[in-house]
Ligand binder design. Structure first.
Ligand code: 3PG
Length: 308
């Protein structure tokens, strides 16, 4: 009987945990353990000691955690981005790492519009704002979330553009979106930019003055991706020089206090990342993670493996 631990500093909805328990205990006859809302890394180090599998969200699974997990065979990040897992250390320990792509992407896309509407309506401060209809939306990276953003943007009547360094222009066009040749062109063209790039060595600090400074007057930058992709110092400098620009984010910047103090009415951050925090996304991603673990144990299925 395998022992599977859900370790979530930001817990799933209870209904999702119930669904995961059904897959693990009723369907597969394994044991499910739960560590939620932990406040100290030692709690995680202790909880992983004798488990075979781990289901996580943005929880940091570094070399120390992996070394402490002597029985661990698989980690599934219930979600898309796996920048929180030390893949090299996992490979060294012979641990398989997977994600569950697409399972929470609608939730994140919907939140991007929640942030967008709030920003163009001046944060509901009673003054006259503007509408999304007819505005040019630039989707920066056309993966699962970007595609959902495009689908929703059509309902708002926006003009939709996208740039993705890895997605062929034809695939973007087939989704009814206008592909552009470069990130520079996307930012020059669009009134609103919605970020959907992962954190990699190349994308870290890549969204700064050069790109955002190209946006037309009144530009709005929406970040439901990762804080690390933003060059915070450059963005602060740029927003000081360009009082027309707004920044709304679902991932609190390191310099949150500075943004909040310097740019009242032009900046907002959720206190905790809320994009994937819906019952539906929790159920989809959590149950997918549990099923992937059981399929890996039973049949060695490695479809969504992200390390070597
Ligand atoms: C993801 O990468 O799947 C999203 O950023 C959601 O992250 P979360 O599970 O920590 O909310």
């Amino acid at each position: 009987m395998a022992r599977i631990l859900i370790a979530t500093e930001k817990p799933f909805a209870a209904i999702a945990v119930k669904g995961i328990r059904e897959v693990v205990e009723q369907d597969a006859g394994d044991e499910l353990l739960l560590l939620e809302k932990y406040t100290d890394k030692n709690q995680l180090l202790d909880a992983v000691k004798d488990v075979d599998a781990l289901i996580i969200r943005s929880d940091k699974i570094d070399a120390e955690v992996l070394a402490a997990a002597k029985q661990l065979k698989i980690v599934v990040r219930a979600g898309a981005g796996y920048d929180n897992v030390d893949l090299e250390a996992a490979t060294t320990h012979g641990i398989c790492v997977m994600n569950t792509p697409g399972q929470n992407s609608n939730a994140v896309a919907e939140l991007a519009f929640g942030l967008m509407v709030m920003a163009v309506r001046n944060f509901y401060n009673g003054t006259s704002g503007s509408e999304l209809k007819g505005k040019k939306l630039g989707i920066h990276a056309f993966g699962n979330v970007g595609r959902n953003v495009a689908r929703i943007a059509k309902g708002f009547g926006m003009k939709i553009f996208a740039y993705d360094a890895f997605c062929p222009k034809q695939a973007i066009a087939e989704a009814g979106v206008t592909p552009v040749d470069s990130a520079e062109q996307l930012y020059e063209t669009c009134d609103v930019i919605s970020l959907h790039i992962p954190v990699t060595a190349e994308t870290k600090n890549s969204i700064g003055a050069d790109l955002v400074g190209r946006m037309p007057k009144g530009g709005l930058l929406v970040n439901t991706a990762r804080k690390e992709v933003i060059h915070e110092a450059e963005l602060i400098q740029l927003m000081e020089a360009r009082p027309d620009l707004k920044y709304v984010t679902d991932i609190m910047p390191v310099a949150h206090e500075e943004f909040a103090t310097k740019f009242p009415g032009r900046y907002f951050s959720t206190p905790k990342k809320m994009g994937a925090q819906t019952a539906e996304a929790n159920i989809n991603a959590g149950i997918a993670a549990a099923k992937q673990i059981e399929a890996y144990f039973k049949n060695g299925v490695e479809t969504f493996r992200v390390n070597k």
